[in-house]
Design a protein around this ligand. Structure first.
Ligand code: HXC
Length: 520
C-alpha cells in the first residue's frame, strides 16, 4: 500500500523527533541536573537563530557486539551540521552525552569526518563541542580507527581553517588529542576535564592521590599546563566567548580581512600614556593598560590569560584592522621570557601568521629567565620556538619598545633583524646587551675591585650613570636604523594605525621547501 504525502511527512517528523530526543528524557534530565546543556541546546545557544542545518540526523551504528544491536539512537550520539555565528559560516559537531555517554564509534566518527571535510573544502571554521566517555568500548578498534581519522583531519585542517574546541564534559585518553591539535580550547569550570590517564590509573602507577578536577580540570589546563586557552565560568559564558573569538578570525587562510567599522578615532591622542612608563626602570607597570589605551574601544580578547602571565597574547583591532598582540608583562617576573612564555607566544604568532592576522609586539623585556629549572627544562629549545615563529612569519609586524629590550630577548621580540616591518621605541626605551648594573659589574670589574665602602658606591654610581647615558636609550639603535622612529607615547595609536594601513599589501617570498623544522 502506497503512503500518502501526509503520512510520509508525519513519518519524517517522527524520525526527526526521535533523533532530537537523543538518549531519552531521563538522561537529558541528568545532563541538566549536572548544570550542563544537551548537545543540541549548546548548538542553538551558540549559533545565529534558525541558521543551523543538520547533517546525518538518521545515521545509525552497525555494531552487534555486547547487545548493541538493541540500542540504536538516530544520529548515533553526535549532532553535526553547518550554521552561522555573527553571520559567519561555520561547521560544527556536538557530542551527545545522553547517548552512551557521548562515546565515539565508527558511524559517529564518520559523521565528524564528513563535517570536517566539508569545512576544509568550503573554507569555513570548524567547532567541536566535546562531552564524551571516549572510545565506544563495544565497537573496539573501529572506534580507535575513528579517532585516528579525526586526528588526521585535524592536521590537514591546521593552518587552513580555524579549529575551535569546547570541552564541556569528560575528554579523556587518546580522545584529548583531537582538541589538542585544534587552535583554541575552551574549558568550563567544574564540569570539564581532560587527561590522558584518569585519577585511578595515576594512583596505581605513581601512587599519587588526585581528584579529576585537580588532574585535568579547567583551572589546571588554563593555569598550569597551558593546554587550554579560555577558562569559562559556565556553559553560557563559554558559548558567548566562542562567538567573541570568532569575530576576530577569518574563515580560512589566504582570505583578505575586511576592516570592522569603529567610532574610536584613529587620531585619538593617548594622553594617559604620556608619563605612564616609570622613570625607575626597575618599577613594574601593567602592560595591559598600554594595550587598552591603544586598541579600538578598549576591546582586547586575551588568550591564555591564566598561563605564563609574564607574556600577554590576544586579539584586538586598531582602526578596524584586526591584529594579534604579543606583549611582555613587566608586572610578572619583570616581563622575562621563560619556557612557558616562549611557547605560549610562539603558538599564538604561528596562528596569526597562518591566518594573515598582523602582529603588534610591545616590548619591555630584561632577558630570558635565569636558573637551573629553566635550563634543564630546555629554555634554549623553547625560546628558539619564539625566535623561529617570528622569523618565519610573513604577516605585517609592528614592534614597539616601551622600555627594556635587553640582550637576546631584544633580538627575539620581533626585532627588525628577524623580520619586523616597523620598529618603534618610546624615548624611555633602553636597547642594550644588558641592564646598567650587570654591565658595569662585568666590564668595570677591575676598576671596582680594589674599592670598598663609600668609594666603591661612588665609583659604581658614576659608571652606572655613564652606561645609562650611553646605552639606556633608543638612540644607538635608532642611529643604526634598527628603530625606524622614536615616538612619543601619546602618538602610539595613530602611529600603529597608520603603519598598519601602509602594510596592507605586504608580500614576502620565502625559499621553496617542504616545511621548516621548528624546534619542538
Ligand atoms: C560505551 C560508555 C562509555 C564508553 C560511558 N558510557 N563511557 N559506553 N563506551 N567509553 C556509557 C555508560 O555505560 C552509561 O550508559 C552512559 O555512558 C553514561 O555513563 P556514566 O558512567 O553513567 O556517566 P558518569 O557517571 O557521568 O561517568 C562518565 C564517565 C564514565 C567518567 C565518562 O562513563 C567513564 O569512565 N566511562 C569510561 C571512560 C573510558 O574508559 N573510555 C575509554 C577511554 S580510552 P547508560 O546506558 O547507563 O546510560 C579512549 C581511547 C581513545 O577513549 C583512543 C583514541 C586514540
Amino acid at each position: 500500500m502506497a503512503f500518502s504525502n501526509e503520512e510520509k511527512r508525519n513519518y519524517l517528523a517522527e524520525l526527526n523527533k526521535q533523533s532530537e530526543l537523543g538518549g531519552g528524557e531521563a538522561r537529558v534530565k541528568r545532563q541538566h541536573d549536572q548544570g550542563k546543556y544537551t548537545a543540541r541546546e549548546r548548538i542553538s545557544r551558540l549559533v545565529d537563530a534558525d541558521s543551523f542545518l543538520e547533517f546525518d540526523k538518521f545515521v545509525k551504528h552497525n555494531c552487534s557486539s555486547f547487545g548493541m544491536e538493541k540500542t540504536k539512537y538516530l544520529g548515533d550520539g553526535v549532532v553535526t551540521g553547518v550554521a552561522k555565528i555573527n553571520g559567519q559560516k561555520v561547521a560544527l559537531f556536538s557530542q551527545d552525552f545522553t547517548c552512551w555517554g557521548g562515546a565515539l564509534g565508527k558511524a559517529y566518527a564518520q559523521k565528524i569526518c564528513k563535517i570536517m571535510d566539508f569545512a576544509i573544502e568550503n573554507k569555513i571554521p570548524v567547532i567541536g563541542i566535546n562531552d564524551s566517555g571516549g572510545a565506544r568500548i563495544q565497537e573496539g578498534v573501529e572506534s580507535l580507527a575513528g579517532y585516528a581519522d579525526i586526528f588526521h583531519r585535524n592536521v590537514q585542517a591546521s593552518g587552513v581553517i580555524p579549529q575551535i574546541s569546547l570541552v564541556m564534559g569528560p575528554c579523556a585518553g587518546g580522545a584529548v588529542y583531537s582538541p589538542a591539535m585544534t587552535d583554541f580550547i575552551f574549558m568550563v569550570d567544574q564540569s570539564s576535564y581532560m587527561f590522558v590517564t584518569g585519577p585511578e590509573v595515576v594512583k596505581t602507577v605513581t601512587h599519587e592521590e588526585v581528584t579529576k578536577d585537580e588532574l585535568g580540570g579547567a583551572h589546571t589546563h588554563n593555569e598550569k599546563s597551558g593546554v587550554a586557552h579560555f577558562l569559562c565560568e559556565d556553559e553560557d559564558d563559554c558559548l558567548e566567548r566562542v562567538r567573541e573569538l570568532l569575530s576576530f578570525l577569518p574563515s580560512a587562510n589566504f582570505q583578505k580581512h575586511s576592516k570592522t567599522p569603529t567610532n574610536d578615532s584613529t587620531k585619538r591622542i593617548n594622553t594617559s600614556l604620556k608619563d605612564f612608563i616609570p622613570t625607575n626602570s626597575k618599577k613594574p607597570y601593567d602592560m595591559k593598560e598600554v594595550i587598552m589605551e591603544i586598541v579600538d574601544d578598549q576591546h582586547f580578547l586575551e588568550v591564555q590569560q591564566g598561563f605564563a602571565k609574564n607574556i600577554l597574547v590576544g586579539f584586538s583591532q586598531v582602526g578596524g584592522h584586526k591584529i594579534g598582540i604579543i606583549a611582555n608583562q613587566p608586572q610578572i617576573l619583570a616581563g622575562c621570557l621563560d619556557i612557558d612564555a616562549s611557547s605560549k607566544a610562539a603558538r599564538f604568532i604561528r596562528f596569526c601568521d597562518a591566518f594573515d592576522i598582523p602582529l603588534l609586539t610591545l616590548v619591555d623585556v630584561p632577558g630570558f629567565l635565569p636558573g637551573t629549572t629553566q635550563e634543564y627544562g630546555g629554555i634554549i629549545r623553547h625560546g628558539a620556538k619564539l625566535l623561529y615563529a617570528y622569523s618565519e612569519a610573513t604577516v605585517p609586524m609592528i614592534t614597539l619598545i616601551t622600555r627594556k629590550a635587553y640582550g637576546g630577548a631584544y633580538d627575539v621580540m620581533a626585532s627588525k633583524h628577524i623580520g619586523a616591518d616597523i620598529n618603534l621605541a618610546y624615548p624611555t626605551g633602553e636597547i642594550a646587551v644588558m641592564g646598567a648594573e650587570g654591565a658595569v659589574n662585568i666590564i668595570f670589574r677591575n676598576e671596582l675591585k680594589g674599592l670598598d665602602g663609600s668609594e666603591y658606591d661612588k665609583k659604581k654610581a658614576e659608571l652606572v650613570a655613564n652606561y645609562e647615558t650611553e646605552f639606556a636609550n633608543p638612540y644607538k639603535a635608532a642611529g643604526m636604523g634598527y628603530i625606524d622612529e622614536v615616538i612619543n607615547p601619546e602618538d602610539t595609536r595613530s602611529r600603529v594605525y597608520n603603519y598598519l594601513e601602509f602594510l596592507q599589501n605586504k608580500s614576502v617570498l620565502r625559499p621553496n621547501r617542504k616545511h621548516g623544522n621548528i624546534p619542538l
